[in-house]
Design a protein around this ligand. Structure first.
Ligand code: FES
Ligand code: FES
Length: 169
């Protein structure tokens, strides 16, 4: 049995520890936002956060996330309460087919958590491992750079306060 935190909730699975985290999240826990692309850690479609860092979950065995915190695109924001990046994606009409986009947003979110004021070069470096077959790269970069540090800090603080209120309720 492997226990870890998935989008803020403790979960347990009896999947084989060598099963890729992507399949455990999609098939066992039925969260389908993270996608399978290459299966070899090369395209970024499967990106989630592990303790706040972006990881390729098609090559991460679920055994490696025991007692750690996994966040998927479903845990980043909701349709009623979008993460600032999700709002920016909407505002800039970023996606074309959409297949790569949850991975793109998860990589961008990890970047902004560590570096709330990235330069264009920082964005290029952080996003280099996320492939988009539709070529949405200019809009992806524009959306990331449009999320200001102040806006991000405000939203993150507001979400933390909401979570604390819910926990204490
Ligand atoms: S599906 Fe994981 S990096 Fe491509
Ligand atoms: S939007 Fe189609 S692959 Fe990126």
């Amino acid at each position: 049995m492997i226990t870890f935190t998935l989008n803020g909730r403790e979960v347990t699975t009896d999947d084989d520890p060598s099963t890729p985290l992507l399949w455990v999240v999609r098939d066992t826990f039925k969260l389908k936002g993270s996608k399978f692309g290459c299966g070899a850690g090369l395209c970024g479609a499967c990106t989630m956060h592990l303790d706040g860092s972006a990881i390729r979950t098609c090559v991460t065995p679920v055994g490696a996330v025991a007692d750690k915190a996994v966040t998927t695109i479903e845990g980043l924001g909701t349709p009623e309460d979008l993460h600032p990046l999700q709002a920016a994606w909407h505002e800039h009409s970023v996606p074309q087919c959409g297949y790569c986009q949850s991975g793109q947003i998860m990589s961008a979110a990890a970047l902004l958590e560590n570096n709330p004021n990235p330069s264009e070069a920082d964005v290029d470096a952080a996003m280099a491992g996320n492939i988009c077959r539709c070529g949405c790269y200019p809009r992806i970069k524009k959306a990331i750079l449009s999320v200001s540090a102040d806006q991000l800090a405000y939203e993150v603080k507001a979400k933390a306060l909401n979570r604390a209120e819910e926990t204490n309720a």
